[in-house]
Design a protein around this ligand. Structure first.
Ligand SMILES: [Zn+2]
Length: 72
């Protein structure tokens, strides 16, 4: 059986607008930031959750890192 090539990471298609320049995007630069309190509130009994599903996480959509930098 031939070894397959490693799958290339493909950004998910998300239709949205850049939060900085309001440009329409299909493959945005997504930035997820967690509130610092999350680490305090974390419940040991909770099953693993994806970051983006956590309460208190803030998701930002941008054209690229340059636009994201505008928010810092
Ligand atoms: Zn932008």
């Amino acid at each position: 059986m031939p070894r397959g090539r490693k799958k290339k990471y493909v950004r998910p298609k998300i239709e949205c607008n850049c939060q900085v320049c309001d440009k329409e995007l299909e493959y945005p630069y997504v930035h997820v930031s967690l509130e610092p309190t999350y680490f305090v509130k974390k419940d040991k009994n909770d099953p693993k959750v994806l970051h983006k599903d956590l309460d208190g996480s803030v998701i930002g959509y941008f054209c690229d890192q340059n636009c994201y930098r505008e928010t810092l």
